[in-house]
Design a protein around this ligand. Structure first.
Ligand code: ADP
Ligand code: MG
Ligand code: MG
Length: 882
């Protein structure tokens, strides 16, 4: 049998998304469950893929399947395609597996020509309506299929209004519309060299071709790249019998979500327009009415719509985004899909669906992309800030942003890429603006509702947006906006609050987010399900308590060098480094000791009840000294000025020291435990600070769990030497203070040799923490700083690597080494604690690997803790029974 390229709606189902695309599969599913869907059929994604693999030629036999399907639609609708008495009109709609706003616009009213338009007029007894459909069709077909630019039609529309002396499209008479049709056709013939196609079948074939071609257009390619959608999956084409929302005041069209896509609140949420067609609602041409007012306009239809949307939500077990049209008092369903939503809405919906008994906890957990949570951890406006509110629009996408206003996507992209904060201000946005939206901090539009392009895309990206801000007048030619008669040139700093719709003058101070109760409950489920514990990397008491608030159960990494970098301490640290004798060095260390003790006291206290892993000093010493170039400049100046020979001498000896300490390859140089090997007194000072702080806290009644971590070992020998310093110091402090401190000593595994000798090290260490930043550098022989901005992008581009190994852990290589380290370590020490503290600890894919390889915990930056908790739960669910 020949391959099946065409499926009637009654032949498909929701599970056939690969073949029918999302829109086609759901139209089929809605047909199956008995909802009123205008009849139609879907041409498969496979046909599109073959079109491309054949060298842009339609697959053989495709039309032999299309025409019989069309005949079925004719039979179901009681109309005939191209018929001069009772013509069938169709829409041609693209639809890939994933919804892609970057693709072809839908063509409505296809099948109209100079004859069928007369029949439509006669049958509806509405000449104006028929000619309005016809001129819209020519315009859409001309624009979308024949690629005659939109403005050509706009010009004709404007002159028609001028000629008739009216302001709105809806006031145009049948005569004016007829005139426009003639002008449109002339324009198309002039632009394309061919007359507008009058044969409906030819129109259909051309439209299908245009959908296939649109799969490869710029917008679609950019959209796929940004969203990681594969290029090879192709698009389907849906051909569907038309229903008309523009047949008068008892007709209309709209879109609605079954729950609020910004907040997740369980209430129907949407917009509609009476006497309108197609995308009038989302295009922002007229400002639509909220769906609730439909109840007043037509209670029966509203109730029916409420019932249908409940049915759809129950059927799909998720929040739906629905498109509908009312034709002369009869409701039709035109599309449904799982609705896009903000992160906070996603969580609220998942939590409430669980409480409603619709989904399980595990399903709720799997519904949220961990990276999506990032948006929730975004800042909002400080409630105490004094705000100069200029205007108010619709709260289209939550979050707040400040930046310079720019009036074009290109400008937003250019400045955004330079690191400038900008707010993109447009009348409305289109898919062509996508790069600019991506580069901007926030979006502000003067037209369009909550379901306009700007609103939908911003919510999806987690960008703040305010839409439909009527008070805002944009003057593109002069490059300024006007609010209440005041001009603000582009470049003016403004702020928007997407949660309330406010537009504010100047920059506004922001505050950190708090987790909602629902979010906490949700993350609680994640903790129930996951095996991995999530700790945080934190270097100060504030960071530690932030991490606690986000649910961290300990600190997996405290970097003590950050404490040394404090400007007040730098001179003492420099004395320590430059000391020529042990005595001098111990003097400096004695000054640092109480400061370090305070640091550890604060962190241990903030994290009481949980382990705190403190890593001993790691970076090369010259990082604490001034740059040699700066010193050379200073010395030259001092020489020229013939100033005090003493200070010249000091600078010169400093320079000698800086030069002596500088390294050709600091990453592989005198750092980590190598510092402690050369200067044991530094290690002893740090250990003393840790244990003295611990002793104080224990006496004050705190439950504390200090863990000392030795960095950058190559094998057990260094570890044993360092551990002895720590243990001896602990014993000293305990006897001095007369307390018992329970502590652990472990190591970072970040040199490949240490992973390979993990069995030996496991015998003497209490825990391992895989330092995957360095481990990746050393395993791959890649310096992160030299690679990331330079040749790594080329590697990614040439597909030598799938992802940046400093972002997503390289499972094949670095991961294999971790696996070896885990197994060898546990083989000699079954109680060995195992974790990871590189930046990978907060990246979902890497977290999954940590689960699989059998680690006990991951540690990441405080703001990524919720992300890691969710990723850990998802890893447990995905790898159940493995
Ligand atoms: P998109 O992928 O951009 O959402 P659609 O294919 O859903 O595009 O079409 C956009 C709009 O066109 C729909 O929301 C609907 O209002 C209108 N439309 C599409 N098909 C029909 C039809 N058969 N009858 C009436 N209106 C239609
Ligand atoms: Mg569209
Ligand atoms: Mg749609």
């Amino acid at each position: 049998m020949d391959k099946k390229y065409v499926y009637l709606f009654q032949e498909g189902k929701a599970s056939m998304r690969d073949l029918l695309g999302g829109k086609g599969a759901n139209l089929a599913e809605m047909t199956q469950i008995g909802l009123p869907v205008p009849p139609g059929f879907t041409i498969t994604t496979e046909a599109c893929n073959e079109y491309y693999s054949n060298g842009e030629i339609f697959p053989e036999g495709i039309w032999e399947q299309v025409w019989p399907a069309l005949a079925e639609v004719e039979a179901a609708s009681g109309k005939l395609f191209g018929d001069k008495k009772n013509p069938l009109l169709v829409s041609v709609r693209s639809g890939a597996k994933f919804s892609m706003p970057g693709m072809m616009d839908t063509v409505l009213n296809l099948g109209l020509n100079d004859d069928t338009v007369e029949a439509l007029a006669a049958n509806t007894q509405n000449e104006r309506f028929a000619w309005d459909c016809y001129r819209r069709f020519i315009q859409m077909f001309g624009d979308v299929v024949l690629e005659v630019e939109h403005y050509n039609f706009e010009q004709i529309l404007e002159s028609a209004k001028e000629k008739q002396g009216v302001r709105y499209d809806s006031e145009l008479s049948a005569e004016s519309l007829k005139w426009m049709v003639i002008e449109y056709k002339k324009k198309i013939e002039r632009k394309t060299g061919k007359p507008f196609p009058m044969d409906p079948r030819a129109q259909l074939m051309e439209a299908v071709l245009a959908v296939f071609r649109s799969w490869n257009n710029d917008r679609a390619n950019v959209y796929r790249k940004i969203n990681g959608i594969p290029h090879e999956i192709g698009t389907a084409v849906n051909v569907q019998s038309m229903v008309f929302g523009n047949m008068g005041s008892d007709s209309g069209t709209g879109v609605a979500f079954t729950r609020n896509p910004s907040t997740g609140e369980s209430a129907l949420y949407g917009e509609y327009l009476m006497n309108a067609q197609g995308e009038d609602v989302v295009a922002g041409i007229r400002t639509p009415n909220p769906i609730a007012t439909l109840a007043k306009e037509n209670q029966e239809i509203y109730q029916q719509f409420v019932d249908f949307s409940k049915r759809l939500e129950g059927h799909y077990r998720d929040m739906q985004d629905i498109e509908f049209t009312i034709e002369r008092g009869k409701l039709y369903m035109l599309q449904t899909r799982n609705g896009k939503r903000t992160a906070s809405a996603a969580i609220r919906v998942a939590v409430e669906l669980f409480h409603e008994g619709v989904i399980t906890k595990e399903e709720a957990i799997m519904r949220i992309e961990p990276d999506q949570l990032e948006h929730l951890l975004h800042r909002r406006m400080d409630t105490d800030a004094k705000l100069q509110v200029l205007a108010k629009g619709l709260p289209a996408s939550p979050g707040a942003a400040s930046g310079r206003i720019v009036l074009s996507a290109e400008e937003a992209e250019r400045l955004g890429n330079l690191g400038e904060k900008v707010i993109l201000v447009r009348t409305e946005t289109t898919p062509d603006d996508i790069r600019g939206i991506l580069a901007a901090q926030g979006i502000l539009t003067s037209r369009g509702g909550m379901t306009s392009h700007a609103a939908v895309v911003s919510r999806h990206m987690g960008k703040p947006a305010v839409c439909g801000c009527d008070a805002l007048k944009i003057d593109y030619t002069q490059g300024l906006v006007v609010i209440d008669g005041v001009e603000y040139p582009h470049g003016t700093i403004m702020s928007i609050d997407g949660a309330t719709g406010r537009v504010i003058k100047g920059e506004v101070s922001m505050v950190d987010p708090e987790l909602s109760e629902g979010f906490k409950e949700f993350l609680g489920w994640a903790d129930e399900i996951s095996r991995l514990r999530v700790m945080a990397n934190a270097d100060s008491p504030t960071e530690a308590s932030n991490a606690r608030d986000f649910g961290a159960v300990g600190i997996g990494l405290t970097r003590t060098e950050h404490m040394f970098m404090d400007p007040e301490r730098i001179p003492i640290v420099q004395d320590m480094i430059l000391a020529q004798t042990l005595e001098d060095r111990e003097d400096a260390l004695a000054k640092l000791l109480p400061m370090q003790e305070e640091d550890f006291y604060g962190i241990l206290k903030a994290m009481q009840g949980f382990p705190v892993t403190i890593r001993l000093l790691d970076p090369p010493l010259h990082e604490f000294l001034p740059h040699s170039e700066e010193l050379v400049v200073d010395i030259t100046k001092l020489r020229m000025s013939k100033a005090d020979p003493g200070s010249l001498h000091d600078k010169e000896s400093l320079l000698r020291n800086v030069r002596a300490l500088s390294e050709l390859n600091p990453m592989l140089g005198h750092r980590g435990c190598r510092l402690g090997v050369s200067f044991p007194e530094i290690t002893v000072m740090q250990a003393r600070a840790i244990f003295q702080a611990s002793a104080r806290l224990l006496k004050e009644g705190y439950d504390i769990h200090p863990e000392v971590m030795i960095p950058l070992i190559m094998g057990k020998e260094e570890f044993i030497m360092m551990r002895k310093l720590v243990d001896d110091t602990a014993a000293e402090v305990m006897s001095e203070q007369n307390v018992h401190i329970h502590y652990k000593v472990g190591t970072m595994i970040e040199v490949p040799r240490a992973a390979l000798l993990a069995d030996e090290i496991g015998k003497v260490a209490d825990f391992f923490s895989f330092g995957t930043n360095d481990l990746t550098q050393m395993t791959m022989g890649l310096s992160r700083d030299d690679a990331q901005g330079k040749f790594l992008p080329i590697y990614l581009d040439k597909k030598l690597m799938k992802t940046d190994p400093f972002v997503v852990l390289d499972r094949d290589g670095v991961g294999k080494l971790i696996g070896i380290g885990v197994n060898l370590g546990r083989s000699t020490n079954p109680k060995l604690g195992l974790g990871i503290c590189g930046e990978h600890g907060g990246e979902p894919n890497s977290v999954e690997f940590c689960h699989i390889v059998g680690l006990d915990y991951v540690s990441c930056s405080p703001f990524r803790v919720p992300i890691a908790r969710l990723a850990a739960a998802q890893a447990a669910i995905k790898n159940q029974g493995k």
